[in-house]
Design a protein around this ligand. Structure first.
Ligand code: PMP
Length: 354
């Protein structure tokens, strides 16, 4: 830290993104990216847009917003595009949390929530998940806090039914409830259909996972027009040009080729079933995931050691050091070929120590 760094950030512990090493070609199953390239239409639209990069991008994302609103059957004033959904989540912490609206989220969830809370000097509570990593819905009812729930949750992949989300929304009418649907497209019911019923519901989604655009950085917040206006106030007070021209174009191409993304999601769901079945044969247990990752542990092989051994052999998975989950690893569901490389290496590692 330099002597110039503001005191207000001196205790800030930054988020650690999943590693993106360049020292060798890894089988990369650690950051929940799509194993499939962006749709050809997305690539072509982005390439065309490169010719206009001398001009500022459209701060209103007019075409993207129109196409997305049509696809989702919502109003153009009910969605805001952001630089990845991380941007939308940060805006929500800025817009809807303060001393009298502290944030609340599970103790085991997306690691960026506490960082956004600290960054924005927002008080927060971490509510423990049950022993099986499910949410105890009663813990969130009538708590009068701004609630952040990843659905399905990360890194467990466990989903909450919409009826439980409705209970939480109904019992906290004076607080915004943010449902982070980064992984929703792989088999969870979306809460987007509830935005016209609950004016305190904000849903965030992303093009990073199911739509193969992690490097393009495109996310969105979906909610009532008045919540979206608040987020726009934050956006226009920080960076109105937060989505570059090429990414806006890639987003339009992706939406126009929606069937491609849906096919890919179906393949990932099949591969998830294959991966969990194979891991079970090797003795692993896992949480019931509806995401594009599996959260698994072996009864006799240490989680961190497995991660390190696989890394040595060119396979990357994600290990977290937090006490409650240190026995586990989060494995992104890739192509069948990638999963076979992973499984072959796990088998060899387990046999070496048998
Ligand atoms: N929410 C959750 C639960 C995530 O795991 C991620 C990915 N790290 C994000 C949001 C943010 O993803 P992005 O900014 O790429 O949209």
């Amino acid at each position: 830290m330099s002597r110039f760094f503001s005191q207000k950030y001196s205790n800030l512990e930054a988020y650690t993104p999943g590693e993106q090493p360049k020292d060798m070609q890894y089988t990369k199953l650690n950051t929940n990216e799509s194993p499939f390239p962006p749709s050809e239409k997305a690539q072509a639209y982005a390439a065309q847009a490169a010719h206009r990069l001398q001009l500022y991008c459209d701060p209103e994302c007019t075409v993207l917003t129109r196409e997305f609103a049509q696809l989702y059957g919502i109003g153009t004033d009910e969605v805001l595009f952001t630089n990845g959904s991380d941007d939308a989540l940060n805006f929500a912490f800025m817009a809807f949390c303060d001393e009298s609206h502290p944030a609340a989220f599970p103790d085991i969830t997306y690691g960026f929530y506490p960082v956004f809370a600290e960054l924005n000097h927002v008080p927060y509570v971490e509510i423990p998940l049950n022993d099986d990593f499910t949410i105890n819905v009663d813990d969130y009812c009538g708590i009068n806090q701004t609630i952040f729930i990843a659905n399905p949750n990360a890194p467990t992949g466990i989903a909450l039914p919409l009826s439980d989300i409705e209970r939480i929304l109904q019992s906290n009418p004076d607080n915004v409830v943010i449902i982070d649907e980064a992984y929703v497209d792989f088999g969870t019911d979306s809460a987007v259909g509830l935005i016209h019923t609950y004016d305190n519901l904000l849903v965030t989604q992303t093009f990073s996972k199911s739509r193969s655009l992690a490097g393009g950085r495109l996310g969105m917040a979906i909610g009532s027009a008045s919540l979206i206006r608040d987020l726009n106030t934050i956006k226009y007070s920080t960076n109105p040009y937060n989505i570059n021209t090429m990414t806006q174009a890639a987003g339009v191409g992706t939406i126009l080729d929606d069937a491609y993304s849906r096919r890919n999601c179906a393949e990932i769901a099949d591969n998830r079933a294959y991966l969990t079945a194979e891991l079970e044969k090797l003795g692993f247990t896992h949480t019931p995931s509806t995401a594009n990752f599996v959260f698994a542990k072996h009864p006799s092989y240490d989680g961190e050691r497995l991660y390190l051994e696989l890394k040595k052999r060119g396979v990357l998975i994600r290990h977290f050091t937090k006490e409650r989950i240190r026995d586990y690893n989060r494995i992104t569901v890739g192509t069948k070929e990638q999963l076979d490389v992973l499984l072959k290496n796990i088998k060899e590692i387990l046999e070496e120590t048998a």
